[in-house]
Design a protein. Structure first.
Length: 70
């Protein structure tokens, strides 16, 4: 793996999506979803498995986040 590739990858994961929804885990954007339902389902599953993590769902349309409770 080239050094430049891993740096590019790290930069992309911190960018907020322009559309859809994303999971923010401990302040970092990790996974993007097309639907709110998909993001919520993924967030709740992660929160149940790892309750110590701070997990939020980011909504690109409203540019807002909300924290997920298990």
């Amino acid at each position: 793996m080239q050094r430049g590739t891993s740096i590019d990858m790290a930069l992309r994961t911190n960018e907020l999506p322009k559309a859809g929804f994303a999971l923010e885990i401990d302040g970092r954007i990790k996974t993007e979803f097309d639907t709110r339902e998909g993001a919520e389902t993924g967030a709740v599953e992660l929160k149940r498995r790892f309750p110590a993590l701070q997990i939020r769902v980011y909504d690109a349309q409203t540019n807002s986040r909300h924290e997920v409770q298990a």
